[in-house]
Design a protein around this ligand. Structure first.
Ligand code: FAD
Ligand code: FES
Length: 337
């Protein structure tokens, strides 16, 4: 039997079957609730159950603590209804108008950006364009029915090709394929655009961009979009990697800062190689932000990269006064097994 869900504060309603995740039903009904991993791991979809009962499903402990569970919070990507519900959750109106599409695409170009990072340029069928917001991601639909998520590194205005940056995960089904067998002209299927990681253009707050490894991919899309539409809000880009080879967009980032006075760039290495002769900042990239900012209440933060970096950033930045709804993250988690 389907249950009725009412969203607060909007008052929007939709129905959801007992065996369906509340997030999935909301998205199907055209209401864009925020989400990242859809796997109970990142916490992006968290909200409050104001009335009714839910089964919390496979929510992990890190993004949903015991205290939050006791306070009625839920991860709506995992939670299923056990009664009619009233839930409190933020809705994203900008994404809601963009249709998610499944389409074939051709591998136009493969280019190694680092030993373990491949840029793939994808060409859509003639006269097809993917509408998306800078920073969103696509999923490859694989032959075995599995999906793999990758962020769009290209900005929406440069839409002839879609650019993604793939880090090689040794032993990984898809990324092994990219590095060993994928060829130019191969045909793939993608679905997109997905996710709620995009630039909030209705704000005038200064921006911190935090990128770890290939987390620079959607950040590149955000920066190029912001420059394209002439956003002049101060932007501080912190870009971290293990060593200099891992900072594969270092020169591009230096150029953004050199040519735009409102952009500053802080590269950070956690384990610089001796050959790097590194004289710059060292340590964890989110700690460099903390070292530079005693107080973050006036800022808006966009973080992208490994789960540990995003979780630590959210925890430590909100402890410095960053409002939690001014923290946006795309967590590069693995697809569910
Ligand atoms: C929204 C989003 C955007 C992303 N954007 C990017 C991007 O722009 N660039 C990028 O490089 N990556 C990105 N990622 C991560 C990327 O999707 C994964 O690296 C990719 O799916 C790995 O695929 P694979 O088939 O090679 O690895 P898999 O075969 O899925 O797994 C690789 C290895 O990890 C292990 N593993 C699998 N699942 C788990 C798990 N749940 N926990 C622990 N270990 C596990 C496996 O045993 C295996 O050894 C993004 C992820 C998300 C969710
Ligand atoms: S925990 Fe629900 S989307 Fe990540």
């Amino acid at each position: 039997m389907p249950y009725q869900v009412t969203l607060q504060p909007s008052g929007h309603t939709f129905s959801v079957a007992a065996d369906t995740a509340i997030l999935d039903a909301a998205l199907d009904a055209g209401f864009n609730l925020p989400y990242g991993c859809k796997d109970g791991a990142c916490g992006t979809c968290k909200g409050k159950v104001l009335s009714g009962q839910v089964d919390l499903g496979a929510a992990q402990d890190e993004p949903l603590s015991a205290a939050e569970r006791a306070a009625g919070m839920a991860l709506f990507c995992c939670a299923r209804p056990k009664s009619d519900l009233i839930i409190e959750v933020r809705e994203i109106s900008a994404v809601r108008d963009i249709p998610v599409r499944t389409m074939p695409c051709r591998v136009h170009k493969l280019q190694k950006l680092a030993d373990d990072v491949m840029a793939i340029s994808l060409k859509l069928p003639a006269n097809e364009r993917l509408q998306f917001l800078a920073g969103q991601y696509i999923e490859f639909l694989l032959k075995d029915g599995k999906r793999r998520a990758f962020s769009l590194a290209s900005p929406p205005h440069a839409d002839e090709f879609l650019e993604i940056h793939v880090r090689h995960v040794p032993g990984g089904n898809f990324t092994d394929h990219v590095f060993t067998r994928m060829k130019e002209r191969d045909i793939m299927r993608i679905e997109g655009p997905l996710g709620s990681f995009f630039l909030r253009e209705d704000s005038d707050k200064p921006i911190i961009l935090l990128a770890g490894g290939t987390g620079i991919a959607p950040i590149k899309g955000l920066v190029e979009h912001a420059l394209h539409i002439g956003i002049k809000r101060p932007i501080q880009l912190y870009y971290g990697a293990k060593d200099l080879a891992g900072l594969y967009l270092n020169e591009r980032a230096k150029q953004w800062a050199a040519t735009h006075p409102h952009i500053t760039y802080v590269p950070v290495l956690s384990e610089p190689a001796v050959a790097d002769a590194w004289a710059g900042r060292s340590g964890l990239v989110h700690e460099a932000v903390l070292a530079d900012h005693a107080e973050l209440s006036a800022w808006q933060v966009y973080a992208c990269g490994a789960p540990a970096m995003c979780e630590a950033a959210k925890r430590d930045f909100t402890a410095r006064g960053l409002p939690s709804d001014e923290f946006f993250a795309d967590v590069f988690s693995f697809a569910p097994r």
